[in-house]
Ligand binder design. Sequence first.
Ligand SMILES: [Fe+2]
Length: 192
Amino acid sequence: MSMLFNSVITDFDLHSGLSQAKASIRRRLSDMRGMFADQTAFEEELRTDDRLVYEYYDMGVPHTEKDVAYGTSIVYPGKVGAEYHMTKGHFHTVLDTTEVYFCLRGHGYLMMENPEGDVEARELKPGLALYVPKRYAHRSINVSATEPLITFFAFPGHAGHDHGTIETKGFRKVIAEKHGAAEIVDNPRWST
Ligand SMILES: [Fe+2]
């Protein structure tokens, strides 16, 4: 009897989000230059603490539309100025592809925006699954002071990541701490 597919089991720890089977891709503060609104705070923090901001997995699934790429993303708690730790964020290179995020641990937001400027920020808490519509850039933001934000994601294998437009322009909105609470505010550095 022939096998129709090769099944793969991978461990993802529910507490840490990490896998022992595979090396993660790690992003430190020094990898995030230009992404936080308060650049003075960024440079000050970087001088003394080039900390791990987030890590995620690329499981090496083939880049075809018949495959599903998946893995976990872990954003560690912290802030740069008033702005919470976050991922760089990206559009998909194939813009009309979607993604699902399932939150395993922590508290945060997924910031989304499309090229027309429509913005949506959705809260992530354990047990919530979020469907990111096609054409929306997305970024995970951890608003907890103590816990990592851990999500499991899945997207079409051919989607690809387009960091470029977000790295140069940023998102229209950022999430910053105001009076001890997370608030969605205009990005002072965003420009058309
Ligand atoms: Fe994505």
